[in-house]
Design a protein around this ligand. Structure first.
Ligand code: TYD
Length: 144
């Protein structure tokens, strides 16, 4: 969604199977995520003070979960920035394609779990902020 704005991103409450011996959260394609999951990856052992991300995606959709610990995700659509604090393993941030994102403020031991709509493809990345802003401008409508 090349016209996407940060307001198309949504925080989803994922289902919890409660158990006194430990809970389970399952992410099912279609019921919990609105895209086919083709890749799962996770960031871990992130040193304190590190910032990850710093790029946009052209087609990739993602659901991001703090499987452990916490971090902040700041989304940018070329005009507006919106920051989400993820700190629960049953909350997922759905990110449509066409957004820039920065991830920082990682707690010690944080695990950033990402369910993605496509396998890794460097051609899907926009790694320069000004290139991203120019690319978004092409999809601006007269009203907005
Ligand atoms: P990148 O997505 O830029 O990391 P982040 O946004 O977390 O800072 O990826 C960093 C490098 O890792 C990239 O150059 C290639 C490699 N990589 C893969 O090989 N497969 C993957 O699925 C991902 C996400 C990254």
């Amino acid at each position: 969604m090349k016209k996407s704005t940060v307001f198309d991103a949504t925080l989803l409450q994922l289902p919890i199977v409660h158990n006194e011996n430990g809970n389970i959260t399952a992410v099912n394609q279609l019921s919990e995520v609105p895209f086919d999951i083709n890749r799962v990856y996770y960031l871990y052992d992130v040193p304190g003070g590190t910032s990850r991300g710093g790029h946009g995606h052209i087609d990739l959709q993602q659901l991001i979960v703090a499987a452990s610990g916490s971090f902040d995700i700041t989304l940018f659509d070329g005009k507006v920035r919106r920051t989400f604090h993820l700190n629960r393993p049953y909350m997922g941030l759905y990110m449509p394609s066409g957004l820039w994102r920065d991830i920082d403020n990682f707690s010690s031991g944080a695990i950033c779990l990402v369910l993605a709509s496509h396998i890794y493809d460097e051609k899907d990345y926009l790694r320069d902020l000004n290139t991203f802003i120019d690319w978004k401008k092409k999809y601006d409508t007269p009203n907005g």
